[in-house]
Design a protein around this ligand. Structure first.
Ligand code: ADP
Length: 322
């Protein structure tokens, strides 16, 4: 049996499923005979000593809640060499042998720095954006896509009643995955993503006109956050087609809500994998999901990887959205 002490924190933007990941780390750690601390408000909690000892019941009734019961934060102080040293010293003072960091790329940079300062860290990808290169999946992505789909379904009712065009912006920062998948799921006439340059006339107006000729009377256009200019696009569409067009920016509603089954299961698997690595004394790794398996990568190598956009799926969307 191990006698290690580990800590878990959530950092950066929150995502549905983070609680399921925290639960997996706490229960997984205790099952390995570890002591587990919960750190509140990301790296700030390490700096301020906002740390609580967790037990099996500390994480009861949280698997189905969105947000993060450990709270999250962005910590400018930690993002300095002095801040990292201070956090490492706090960990040593508390007897913490390793930390699981649930968050995005920024949080993993922090995890790498803390590892270099002597505290082995494991990153678990938690962000709705699915924008972490080393993994095909990030915790929160599925819930966010389903929320976006549900919201657009609601919009469609009114778009259809009025023969309008709805131009809907979904989240994802520089990554078009939410837009692409939501666009397919709602039958969007056009999907604009930052990974694929678009020609307004060819990729929006001509597509709308073609489907209009075949009898279509209302339109959904999905715009990724990384493309932006959604209100302007709606105006230009109305000018070019004469079809009344409305812009809707879904915004942070996509970050909330009860996590889907997929997010709960992925978070549980990834959180547990992080504990297994720390149990073996391994640090500086990011947990990832590749080809249906939970794997892990060196944090520095993971941060250098380039995301690959699913062009095949994009082509499917183009072919069937007619
Ligand atoms: P995310 O993890 O969602 O990408 P951020 O980029 O806001 O979110 O990062 C979250 C926190 O991680 C930051 O507030 C900071 O404390 C820490 N962090 C980010 N980048 C670095 C870095 N280069 N070095 C050390 N810590 C960092």
């Amino acid at each position: 049996m191990s006698t290690k002490t580990i800590a878990v924190l959530t950092s950066g933007g929150d995502a549905p499923g983070m609680n399921a990941a925290v639960r997996a780390v706490v229960r997984g750690g205790i099952s390995y005979g570890m002591q587990v601390y919960g750190v509140r408000r990301g790296y700030n909690g390490l700096l301020n000593g906002d740390v609580v000892q967790m037990n099996l019941r500390s994480v009861s009734d949280i698997i189905h809640h969105g947000g993060t019961t450990l709270y999250t934060a962005r910590s400018p102080e930690f993002n300095t060499p002095e801040g990292v040293q201070k956090a490492a010293n706090q960990c040593r003072a508390l007897g913490i042998d390793g930390v699981v960091v649930i968050g995005g790329d920024g949080s993993f940079r922090g995890a790498r720095d803390l590892t270099h300062a002597g505290i082995p860290c494991i990153g678990v990808p938690g962000t709705i954006d699915n924008d972490i290169a080393c993994t095909e999946y990030t915790v929160g992505f599925d819930t966010a896509m389903n929320t976006a789909m549900e919201m657009v379904d609601r919009l469609r009712d009114t778009t259809e009643s009025h023969d309008r065009c709805s131009v809907v912006e979904v989240m994802g920062r520089r990554c078009g995955d939410i837009a692409l998948n939501t666009g397919i799921a709602v039958g969007a006439t056009a999907i604009l993503v930052p990974e694929v340059p678009y020609d307004f006339d060819r990729d929006v107006i001509q597509r709308m006109k073609f489907t209009q000729k075949t009898g279509k009377r209302h339109f959904i256009i999905i715009v990724a956050e990384g493309v932006g200019h959604t209100a302007e696009l709606a105006k230009k569409i109305e000018e070019a087609t004469g079809i009344e067009s409305r812009a809707t920016i879904l915004g942070h509603v996509q970050r909330g809500g009860s996590p889907t089954l997929r997010d709960r299961v992925m978070a549980s698997r990834m959180g547990f994998h992080a504990v297994e690595l720390l149990d073996q004394g391994i640090g500086n790794r990011v947990v990832a999901f590749r080809e249906s398996k939970v794997v892990d990568f060196d944090i520095t190598e993971a941060l250098e990887m380039k995301r690959v956009f699913d062009k095949d799926l994009y082509d499917v969307a183009l072919r069937i959205s007619i």
